[in-house]
Design a protein around this ligand. Sequence first.
Ligand SMILES: Nc1ncnc2c1ncn2[C@@H]1O[C@H](COP(=O)(O)OP(=O)(O)O)[C@@H](O)[C@H]1O
Ligand SMILES: [Mg+2]
Length: 279
Amino acid sequence: MRSGAPAQQSGPEEVACAIELDGARRVYELPDLGHLLALHDVHLSVAPGQFVSIIGPSGCGKSTLLRLVAGLEAPDGGVISLGGRTPTQAAEAKLLGFVPQVPALLPWLSVLRNVTLPTRLNRRAARRGADRAETEELLRKAGLGDVMHQLPSQLSGGMRQRTAIVRALALRPEVLLLDEPFSALDEFTREALQELLLDLWGELEATVLFVTHSISEAVRLSDKVVVMAPKPGRIVEVVDIDLPRPRTQELLTSAEFHAYELKVRDLLRGAFEHGREPA
Ligand SMILES: Nc1ncnc2c1ncn2[C@@H]1O[C@H](COP(=O)(O)OP(=O)(O)O)[C@@H](O)[C@H]1O
Ligand SMILES: [Mg+2]
């Protein structure tokens, strides 16, 4: 498995892309309530191939930030660049993989056909994405080898979430965006999926933005943890996680790891206190 260092430049097709937000701003107009500043002056630089987590209280703009990077919404100010492309261009070039909080699988298609749907529907995705044999291999790695011909309703929640992750990865995206993908899962399923995600990230060399509510998950997975606060939604600090990979059980119980958790916890406490309504 590779370290968290930026991917080596080996050709334009194989390089994960950098993500740059320069003064990104998003305002929602609320009927009768005026403006809501969901994101205010957000600056963030993510190097190609980095794994970056975003953590912060509900309503601080984490999902909004992901939607802007995914090109699903346009910013009201500032510039967002994915390896020199706008988010819309990157989405059109099929460079983005998106895993929502609740996996949106088509109930009448098998696991395999759900995963291959994007590449069957889109020529660009088909050119970039995994072929049938590679897709089946990804499914086996994700522990879905025995259920690939079953319907989503026959699977557990963890398996459905794995299917959604494999579907995003089968596009071989340069940028992988995950919005609290493990929040509905039990602790053990969650740990298994963290391992799977790190393994596949190591192989596919994507740049990852990962939204989570869990401090230990953020520190464990990431090269950087972005801490956000609400009102207005903004970044309060970016913590570099300077720990070697793979992050062994020994490392995860070390004083060094714990010190990072405490640092993120302190920043988050500040963010929560800021977001609380006055009594
Ligand atoms: N489409 C929308 N219309 C109006 N307000 C929105 C919309 N999407 C998000 N918001 C508001 O923007 C703020 C940030 O939301 P969101 O990005 O979902 O936060 P988070 O993911 O951190 O919980 C919240 O106050 C939310 O209510
Ligand atoms: Mg959200």
